[in-house]
Ligand binder design. Structure first.
Ligand code: ATP
Ligand code: MG
Length: 245
């Protein structure tokens, strides 16, 4: 992200020595082995790494969907490491937007209704949910499709609705796990372009897990996870070179 050094960068997410052990049939697997990182306001960060390296596990911890075995996580200045399930749900609702590979829209609701739903559930939102949802769908290029149901939309369009829904309550942090993994490359590009446009407009911090080096290359920064640890190396260098060009 641009930062000319004049102002300290605001940290939206910080993990310190984060570990996650999981029990498999064969014993304990050390899925994450000491992840320390900081992600700054309005930054766009990509996470890449081989299958099984721990990317989804890390994203789940960042978003409070799961709790770590060791280490700490702070979101937007709040330590969420040892919160109760209820408190964690509350923090998640206020601070995190999630986008998944398979959209996860409610099939019986229209695009507009899908986006309105989390706004209606939010206790803090004071305006009109319909107006807010319409604006977001408009920003994502879905103005002409607001009354369509998911089955009447293409995959890329469904994902743009899912992004609008994730941003509905204006969370400081948007987390996306392979958001283009189920799309052809042209639809994937459109989705990412829409995400970037809306992100520029509202300044949300975005973390995207992806297998696609071309996508990673469009991010401000790329983190590479191998075998549960962040590594610096050629994959990072290559992607950062792409980002500069
Ligand atoms: N519930 C579980 N119990 C035991 N092991 C698990 C569990 N969930 C995940 N794992 C293991 O944790 C490791 C990391 O899984 P994770 O889903 O985070 O990988 P990933 O990097 O997202 O992979 P992919 O690119 O295939 O999505 C894998 O070796 C996986 O087998
Ligand atoms: Mg994964």
């Amino acid at each position: 992200m641009n930062n000319n050094g004049n102002s300290p960068r605001e940290v939206v997410l910080r993990t310190q020595n984060l570990t996650r052990d999981l029990n498999s049939g064969a014993g304990v697997v050390h899925v994450l082995r000491g992840i320390s990182l900081e992600i700054y306001k309005a930054e766009r960060v990509g996470i890449i790494g081989p299958s099984g390296s721990g990317k989804s596990t890390l994203l789940g911890l960042m978003g409070g969907l799961d709790s770590p075995t060791g280490g700490t996580i702070e979101i937007d200045g709040e330590n969420i490491t040892r919160l109760s399930e209820d408190k964690l749900t509350e923090v998640r609702n206020r601070k995190i937007g999630f986008v998944f590979q398979f959209f996860n829209l409610i099939p019986t609701l229209t695009a507009l209704e899908n986006v309105m739903l989390p706004i209606e559930f939010s206790r803090s939102f004071k305006g009109s949910p319909r107006k807010r949802a319409t604006e977001l769908l408009d920003m994502l290029g879905m103005k002409d499709r607001v009354h369509h149901r998911p089955s009447q939309l293409s995959g890329g369009q469904q994902q743009r609705v899912a992004i609008a829904r994730a941003l509905a309550n204006n969370p400081p942090l948007l987390l996306a796990d392979e958001p283009t993994g189920n799309l052809d490359s042209d639809s994937g590009k459109l989705v990412l372009q829409a995400l970037r446009d809306v992100q520029r407009e509202i300044g949300t911090t975005v973390v995207i897990v992806t297998h696609d080096p071309a996508i990673a290359g469009t991010m401000d920064r790329v983190l590479t996870l191998i075998d549960g640890q962040l590594v610096e190396g050629t994959a990072v260098m290559q992607n950062q070179r792409v980002a500069v060009n």
